[in-house]
Design a protein around this ligand. Structure first.
Ligand SMILES: Cc1cc2nc3c(=O)[nH]c(=O)nc-3n(C[C@H](O)[C@H](O)[C@H](O)COP(=O)(O)OP(=O)(O)OC[C@H]3O[C@@H](n4cnc5c(N)ncnc54)[C@H](O)[C@@H]3O)c2cc1C
Ligand code: SF4
Ligand code: SF4
Ligand code: SF4
Length: 385
């Protein structure tokens, strides 16, 4: 009789298949999942600094990675948001334009202050007892736990850079005793936390609400800081960053606008194949496109999202208007999906040994675009955005 030894996948397999290939979206789930805190956020990646005996019969971090099971996303969406025919911005119940009625708070926020107001309302009314948010250290994004109004307000505003939002989930539950958590994050963070809940990871049952931010792409912080420095500005003195048709940097009365082409080389590899613009798995998704300056576009997808949003309206914390035209948002979301599919095709053909010229001919695109798809460093045309 032969005896087969079943080798379970472990951290090494996660590293080989996802972390080292550039597919890792740095959501932080594997960091939080490790019961012995062996995985750390080092040089923008989840890394286990040294081999450890504890890993021998453990596969918890491997099980926690949604990128290894991306094919499940459809089922997860079906069981949480719904099964209907989907548009490029995902399924939703309601879409509006909204902003906070608190003029002081509005100044601290990125757009209409909806993410922050929602957290404040949910905390005050006991819907949540804390949130996973993103703070900053000289504009480098930092994953944080917010348990008070002040901590929530401190996290207002968008920061650009990869940030493992979910890495703080274990501390939020185990050290801070939180059991009703709201996660605010990019579409990738929201996909990851939905997956953890779908798999019944014990920590994830404490997540009760998910607020997703629209996201065309993200940028590596160090690369951005270098671009800003090259233009004679110190990122430490920056008051606000935002992305429209240009990458805008505000410091005091100064505004510096970099063409989007200048920051394309800062886009991490995983963003080039990401298809989710409008946080399709969030309870509520928030963004700036589709609304006037100082307002937010809000897409409400779940019953829980509807309940929380209606509560804010009832309390008159926010004002809302019907959305004038949602077609712009759908167009951006479709383009993101198409671009990601093209990048995946490009990478697949490259793996088969084809050169840039051959890939361009097969896909019917320019060689320049193939270059960008492969290494994210070539000139980018307007229509690419
Ligand atoms: C990387 C990135 C790319 C984006 N791209 C687009 C886009 O292409 N089009 C568009 O319409 N909108 C985009 N947004 C969303 C937009 O910038 C605003 O965040 C959104 O409109 C919410 O505005 P608000 O005033 O309601 O948020 P606020 O009330 O100011 O609250 C902001 C919230 O965002 C969280 N946050 C900040 N930075 C990050 C981060 N890096 N990762 C995860 N969470 C974070 C904070 O914790 C805070 O809770 C992007 C946001 C980010 C962070
Ligand atoms: S102990 Fe388990 S979860 Fe932690 S790094 Fe090792 S294999 Fe991963
Ligand atoms: S769980 Fe998240 S952070 Fe960890 S390897 Fe997977 S994608 Fe990366
Ligand atoms: S483009 Fe996708 S992978 Fe990149 S930060 Fe946005 S949601 Fe995450």
């Amino acid at each position: 009789m032969t005896c087969k030894i079943l080798i379970m996948p472990s951290y090494e397999d996660l590293a080989t298949k996802i972390i080292d290939t550039g597919e890792c979206t740095v959501c932080g789930a594997c960091i939080t999942a490790c019961p012995d805190s062996h995985i750390k956020f080092i040089e923008n990646k989840p890394k286990r600094p040294k081999r450890t005996m504890d890993c021998v019969s453990c596969h918890t971090c491997y099980d926690a990675c949604y990128m290894l099971r991306h094919n499940l996303i459809k089922d997860i969406e079906g069981s949480t948001i719904g099964w209907g025919r989907k548009e490029s911005i995902g399924l939703y119940r309601r879409a509006v334009v909204a902003r906070t009625r608190d003029a002081g708070l509005l100044k601290e926020c990125q757009d209409g202050g909806i993410a922050t107001t929602l957290l404040l309302y949910a905390l005050d009314s006991g819907i949540i007892d804390g949130a996973l948010v993103v703070g900053k250290d000289n504009w480098a994004p930092v994953a944080c736990i917010a348990k008070t109004r002040d901590e929530i307000i401190l996290s207002a505003g968008a920061k650009y850079g990869v940030v493992p939002v979910l890495k703080e989930l274990r501390a939020a539950v185990v050290d801070h005793g939180l059991s009703k958590i709201c996660v605010v994050g990019s579409p990738c963070h929201i996909q990851s936390v939905r997956y953890l809940k779908y798999k019944d990871l014990p920590l994830a049952s404490s997540v009760k609400l998910m607020v997703g931010l629209f996201c065309r792409e993200n940028y590596e912080y160090a690369c951005l800081a270098e671009k800003v420095r090259a233009k004679g500005m110190d990122i430490r003195h920056v008051d606000k960053l935002d992305v429209s048709d240009e990458f805008n940097i505000y410091a005091g009365r100064k505004k510096l606008s970099l063409p989007i082409t200048d920051v394309k080389s800062c886009v991490p590899r995983h963003c080039l194949v990401c298809q989710d613009f409008a946080a399709e798995l969030a309870d509520i998704a928030v963004g700036s496109v589709g609304s006037p300056e100082g307002w937010s576009t809000v897409i409400i997808r779940t019953e829980e999202g509807e309940r929380v949003f209606a509560g804010m309206e009832e309390k008159k914390f926010i004002e809302t208007k019907e959305i004038a035209d949602i077609s712009d948002i759908k167009e951006i979301a479709s383009r993101k999906k198409e671009k990601a599919r093209q990048t995946e095709d490009t990478l697949r053909l490259k793996k088969q040994g084809l050169d840039k010229k051959e890939i361009a001919a097969i896909l019917g695109i320019t060689e320049e675009r193939v270059s960008h798809r492969l290494d994210g460093t070539c000139a980018y045309s307007e229509s690419d955005n």
